[in-house]
Design a protein around this ligand. Structure first.
Ligand code: GDP
Ligand code: MG
Length: 172
């Protein structure tokens, strides 16, 4: 049995984009359509195995402080990866990622792996950000890009796997 490798993943983005829903979906595989509140715990964990290696993702979600763009330094400290989430139906939430990225660069480790989640993919008929624009922005900062839906489960496991493979390319 191998000893799990712990990865700290922080989740960033404007309030209402679905950060807590994405985390909840990944952790417990449920979607709560009336969920307003965020997970109370400072972080929640889930392990995925890749062949004989076990990766334990410790995922940090905010308790609503993102409204003030004032996440504590400890939120970013020693993070291995960050998932920046926007809502595909809200252009402002995408434009806001620039500011989140600046805060991440200011407060996070230099070599942090960044992933962008275009969430609420199930509402694609109301799409306000083209996937091409999102991908171009992701490429410009060297980030992973995935469309996700916490509602339908689209792309959720994949974005965590993408992160794992970027950190440990030998797991492919
Ligand atoms: P947070 O403030 O970023 O943590 O966002 P929440 O996870 O609290 O979600 C905000 C609202 O968006 C809630 O009403 C969720 O049910 C809803 N929501 C989250 N993800 C999705 C999704 O993928 N699709 C749809 N249709 N709604 C979602
Ligand atoms: Mg939340």
């Amino acid at each position: 049995m191998s000893i799990p490798t712990n990865l700290k993943v922080v989740v960033l983005g404007e309030s209402g984009v679905g950060k807590s829903s994405v985390v909840l979906r990944f952790i417990t595989n449920v979607f709560n359509p009336t969920s307003e509140a965020t997970l109370g715990a400072s972080f929640v964990g889930k392990a995925l195995s890749f062949n004989d290696k076990i990766l334990k993702f410790n995922i940090w979600d905010t308790a609503g402080q993102e409204k003030y763009h004032s996440l504590a330094k400890m939120y970013y400290r020693d993070a291995d990866a960050a998932i920046m989430v926007y809502d595909i139906t809200k252009r402002d939430s995408f434009n806001g990622l620039k500011k989140w990225y600046e805060e991440l660069k200011e407060n996070g480790p230099r070599d942090i792996v960044v992933a962008i989640a275009g969430n609420k993919e199930d509402l694609v008929e109301n799409e306000a950000v083209s996937p091409q624009d999102a991908k171009a922005y992701a490429d410009s900062i060297g980030a992973i890009f995935r469309k996700t839906s916490a509602k339908t489960c689209t792309g959720i496991d994949q974005i965590f796997k993408d992160i794992a493979l970027k950190i440990f390319p030998e797991l492919k």
